[in-house]
Ligand binder design. Structure first.
Ligand code: PGA
Length: 249
C-alpha cells in the first residue's frame, strides 16, 4: 500500500528562532495521522530541527543537495553531510531550483543517483509551466522530466522515490490545479511508471500534488484516487494551516 505524505517546504523562510517556534507549535498539534509528515527547513536550521524532532513522527528533510560527495563546490551540501545530521530524505528538482539555479534533467539525474547511493529517500518534483499547459504540451513535458531523470533506475530504487507533481503556474500563485486536473495528471504519471516498470512499482509509488494547497482545498485534492498527499509551500509556514492540511486525510 502506498503512503499518504504531507511535506512542508519552508523554502528560504524562518531563521533559527522562527524554526524553533514553528516546530514547537507543530509538535503541540500533532495527533496520530493517516499521513506521514515531513518538513524541509533551510540548510542552516536542519541540524537543530532534526535534533528537536528526533523522537517525533515528523521527519526533517532537505530542500536540495549537490551530487558530488565533497570537493570544490562553494556553497553546496552533500548527501553524506545530510546523513551525518540525521537527514535522510531530500527534495530534488523543485521548479525554483530548475528555474533560478538552472538545474536540468541531466543534473537532477546525477543528484538522484548520489542520493540513492547514500541510501536517501527522494521527493522528486516536476511540473509544466503555464505556456506548456496552454499549448496542451503538459503531458509531454512531465513525461520527459520523469523519463530523463528517473527511468534509468532499477525497480528496487523506486522504493526510495516519492513523486511530486507541481504545475509551475500553481506554485505560490494562489491558483491551484482543479481536483480533476490533478487527478488526470497523477493518473497519467502512474500509467507511465506502470508502462516502464510494473504494477508493484506503480501502485506503491506515492504521488504528491503541490501548488497552492491550503486547508480550504486540501480535502478535495487529496480525495482523488491517484493523489497521495501534498508538497506544501506557503501554507506550511503556519502550524494551524499545515496541520489542517495534514488532517485533511
Ligand atoms: P505553494 O508552494 O504551496 O506556496 O504554492 C508549493 C511548493 O513550491 O512546493
Amino acid at each position: 500500500m502506498r503512503k499518504n505524505i504531507v511535506a512542508g517546504n519552508w523554502k528560504m523562510n524562518n531563521d533559527l528562532a522562527a524554526t524553533r517556534t514553528l516546530i514547537s507549535e507543530l509538535e503541540s498539534q500533532v495527533k496520530t495521522s493517516s499521513a506521514e509528515m515531513m518538513i524541509a527547513p533551510t540548510f542552516t536550521n536542519l541540524l537543530e530541527a532534526s535534533k528537536l524532532l528526533k523522537e517525533s513522527n515528523i521527519e526533517v528533510i532537505a530542500q536540495n543537495m549537490h551530487f558530488a560527495e565533497n570537493g570544490a563546490y562553494t556553497g553546496e551540501i552533500s548527501a553524506t553531510m545530510l546523513k551525518s545530521i540525521g537527514v535522510s530524505t531530500v527534495i530534488l528538482g523543485h521548479s525554483e531550483r530548475r528555474e533560478y539555479f538552472n538545474e536540468d534533467d541531466a543534473i537532477l539525474k546525477q543528484k538522484v543517483e548520489a542520493a540513492l547511493e547514500n541510501n536517501m529517500r527522494i521527493v522528486f518534483c516536476f511540473g509544466e509551466k503555464l505556456e506548456d499547459r496552454k499549448s496542451g504540451n503538459h503531458f509531454n513535458v512531465v513525461e520527459n522530466q520523469i523519463k530523463n531523470s528517473l527511468f534509468h533506475l532499477e525497480t528496487e530504487s523506486w522504493k526510495s522515490i516519492v513523486l511530486a507533481y507541481e504545475p509551475v503556474w500553481a506554485i505560490g500563485t494562489g491558483e491551484t490545479a482543479s481536483p480533476d486536473q490533478a487527478q488526470e495528471m497523477h493518473q497519467f504519471i502512474r500509467g507511465l511508471v506502470n508502462t516502464k516498470y510494473d504494477d508493484l512499482v506503480s501502485e506503491n509509488i506515492s504521488i504528491l500534488y503541490g501548488g497552492s494547497v491550503k486547508p480550504a482545498n486540501a480535502k478535495e485534492i487529496f480525495s482523488n484516487p491517484d493523489v497521495d498527499g501534498g508538497l506544501i509551500g506557503g501554507a506550511a509556514l503556519n502550524a494551524e494551516s499545515f496541520m489542517a492540511i495534514v488532517n485533511a486525510f
